[in-house]
Design a protein around this ligand. Structure first.
Ligand code: SAH
Length: 412
């Protein structure tokens, strides 16, 4: 999990100059890497064919919900009422639905609001501003989301797949493989459930300066479990419903939705043409193919330059500045020469189109790697800044509650 700007100091010290000559290579310790017949890291682009969750009204457009209600012998406008309960009041309790005929409420909830996410754990940080949820899905799959309050806004980090097929060795989710895609409604229900928790007053971190506090989730990051672009259709459906006005959807601003990807280039091109102004983030983590091939196995398909071209294309088509994510790993990808190479590759494509978000690695259980030293991270950032690239170091939130990157689900 990511979040929020921290300022970097800028002293070049002995350890950062020593660091320039050491090269740690990615390798998995503890667990055996998942490989294919050629001994390469296994990539799973397709979800295994397994039983799908029941259909929920959030899977359907408003028109489809109306059809469904007519099938049940009720007028179409009941769909709006039902949708309002879900997307605006965050309730699935028949007793709350006094505008619907009493004798049919139970049946309607059963038909259109089946339980999708059952809470297994809810962990709160000591200061109360971050909550991590572990959810069990209908088939026993475990996924998680993390809720974070910031001044004036609330961000939810959502999962898009059960597990992940991208097999990145530094990511806890990557170690377990892909179980299946999550449905549109399973993705959206994470937000509705979070909104319910906020409405119940369970998310702390309220401002003391009298400034404005958000009352429901305002920002979404697809940075939980899964590769969102490998579950393209359901994720895009969910995005459209997040942005749709109530009662069709949640009425959120598309600009506040960030989709993060390892760099599935054809899907990135498609995304640019969707005509919905979400924020795009590319998990680059290395500017050179030699290292990125090992850190992000999908780099064997789409190389650094192709991924950067597709990110640049997203900017050109949408006019929205893109983010580059870069987990700083000690002596692996944090060398100043890599910052220079990254800056060069970004500047070659233009100015003002991109922003870099380095984040200190959150070490996962069994991994041999550690986060970069503070002074080394500072040099990395200063190098990018000096080259004219806007760069913000992100702090990791919720480490004390395993709020980072698939760790809770992995521990279960
Ligand atoms: N599959 C998507 C989104 C999920 S991960 C993607 O890879 O972009 C969200 C972000 O967390 C990615 O940038 C990912 O590389 C990063 N991440 C994964 N494991 C991490 C770790 N242990 N420490 C820091 N960042 C990590």
């Amino acid at each position: 999990m990511i979040m929020e700007g921290m300022s970097a100091s800028n002293s070049l010290t002995e350890s950062s100059s020593e660091n320039q000559s050491i090269q740690v290579r990615p390798r998995v310790e503890g667990s055996e890497p998942i490989v294919n017949r050629e001994g390469r890291a296994l990539l799973q682009f397709k979800s295994p064919r397994v039983k799908q969750p029941p259909v929920h009204l959030a899977d359907l457009s408003l028109a489809e919900r109306q059809d469904k209600l007519k099938e049940l012998g009720l007028p179409g406008y009941r769909a709006k009422q039902l949708s309002t309960h879900y997307f605006q009041h965050f309730t699935t309790n028949p007793e709350d639905m006094s505008d619907l005929p009493k004798e049919r409420r139970g049946e309607l909830v059963e038909a259109l609001m089946p339980t999708l996410l059952t809470k297994v754990k809810q962990l709160t940080t000591d200061n109360g501003d971050t909550i991590k949820f572990l959810w069990r899905l209908f088939d026993g799959s475990l996924v998680e989301s993390v809720l974070m309050r910031y001044p004036g806004r609330i961000t939810l980090c959502v999962s898009s797949q059960c597990g992940c097929g991208m097999n990145c060795p530094f990511c806890a989710t990557g170690q377990a493989g892909l179980t299946r895609n999550m449905s549109t409604a399973e993705i959206l229900d994470q937000i509705v459930q979070a909104n319910r928790v906020i409405a119940a007053g369970e998310l702390g971190g309220l401002r003391r300066d009298g400034g404005h506090d958000a009352e429901r989730v305002t920002n979404i990051v697809f940075m939980g479990m899964g590769e969102p672009l490998a579950n393209y259709k359901r994720v895009m459906n969910a995005v459209h419903r997040m942005a749709a006005e109530s009662p069709e959807g949640l009425g959120m601003s598309a600009r506040n939705i960030t989709l993060s990807t390892v760099g599935l280039v054809p899907a990135m091109k498609k995304l640019a043409d969707e005509g919905i102004p979400i924020t795009f983030a590319l998990s680059l983590h290395a500017p050179d193919d030699e290292l990125r091939d090992e850190m992000i196995p999908v780099n064997s398909r789409w190389k650094v330059d192709e991924a950067l071209d597709a990110a640049y294309n997203y900017y050109v088509v949408t006019g929205r500045r893109v983010s580059i994510e870069y987990a700083l790993i000690k002596n692996m990808n944090d060398h100043a020469w890599r910052a220079e190479l990254l800056a060069k590759k970004l500047n070659q494509r233009g100015r003002g189109w991109v922003h870099v978000n380095p984040i200190p690695l959150n070490p996962t259980p069994g991994s041999v790697w550690t986060a970069s030293e503070k002074d080394v991270a500072a040099v990395f950032i200063d190098t990018l800044l000096a080259a004219g690239i806007p760069t913000t170091l992100r702090d990791t939130r919720g480490q004390e509650i395993d709020g980072a990157c698939g760790q809770l689900a992995a521990a279960d």
